[in-house]
Write a protein that binds this ligand. Structure first.
Ligand SMILES: C[S@@+](CC[C@H](N)C(=O)[O-])C[C@H]1O[C@@H](n2cnc3c(N)ncnc32)[C@H](O)[C@@H]1O
Length: 247
């Protein structure tokens, strides 16, 4: 049985339904999007956030940017939004967006200082002065990757996909190299027959390094939270959620 890139994008939507009414992270972002005249969603994936914004009446400019062609193909099912194939570092400058977002921990896909700098520089250039860049990254202190293993029953999920196939999905950590954790996502049949192994690197920047690099790129940190209820970042926080303003 073939498990294509399109199947992987469909599985992503199944495992991560975007719902601001029930999911606190989506509920954090959605009012910011609905309240901004123009929005650039960097690392938009299948575009669920912008698609719902349009469906719920957003009338301004909405642009989704992502380097994953199969994810973007799913996004393109909604044609009244601009979908652009590309990386954060390729964000178009001079557009004057009011808001840029990176949701679903997409920021952690930026694996090197060089890539973070290039991406922040491009996002800065895409915003108008005073525009905001809002994103989250998992706080390294919570060591989230330790739960990403097939031995953690909470991390093994059984689903039935759009075509009626029963699938099992789980994560494993392949390596931890400094602050970059490489993980695999295994797609299998319920009997364990492996269909596809998806691999990605995730960077866990600490808050001091993050704020340093934001300042260097010309962003002021307007607010920073440790969870989706807008509590401050503490020694127990699992997230670093940042609202940064282009100076
Ligand atoms: C976990 S998904 C999040 C998707 C979506 N934002 C969400 O909240 O569901 C991470 C996304 O980041 C994208 N990505 C990876 N590297 C990127 C880069 N350099 N610039 C922009 N997006 C990137 C991936 O293609 C993927 O769609």
């Amino acid at each position: 049985m073939v498990f294509s890139d399109a199947d992987a994008a469909a599985l992503y939507d199944l495992l991560n339904p975007w719902d601001p009414d029930t999911r606190p992270d989506d509920g954090f972002y959605f009012p910011l999007v609905m309240g901004a005249e123009s929005v650039l969603d960097v690392g938009c994936g299948t575009g669920a956030m912008l698609r719902l914004a349009r469906e719920r009446g957003h009338r301004g400019r909405l642009v989704g940017l992502d380097p994953d062609a199969a994810a973007l193909d799913r996004a393109r099912r909604r044609a009244d939004i601009e979908w652009v194939l590309g990386t954060a570092a390729e964000s178009e400058s001079g557009v004057g967006f009011r808001l840029a977002t990176m949701t679903g921990h997409a920021f952690q896909s930026l694996l090197t200082d060089h890539d973070v700098r290039a991406s922040l520089g491009a996002i800065h250039g895409a915003l108008r002065p005073g525009g905001r860049f809002v994103f989250e990254t998992r706080h390294p202190q919570a060591r989230a990757w330790e739960g990403w293993t097939h031995t953690n029953p909470d991390d093994v999920v059984d689903v039935v996909d759009e075509t009626g196939r029963a699938l099992r999905y789980w994560h494993d950590v392949e390596s931890v190299d400094g602050d970059v954790v490489t993980i695999t996502g295994t797609v299998a049949q319920p009997d364990g027959t492996v269909l596809r192994v998806l691999r990605e690197g995730l960077r866990f920047l600490d808050i001091a390094a993050l704020n340093g690099i934001l300042a260097e790129a010309g962003f002021e940190v307007e607010a920073q939270f440790g969870d989706w209820n807008r509590e401050p970042v503490t020694g127990a926080s699992r997230e670093i959620i940042t609202i940064a303003r282009r100076g």
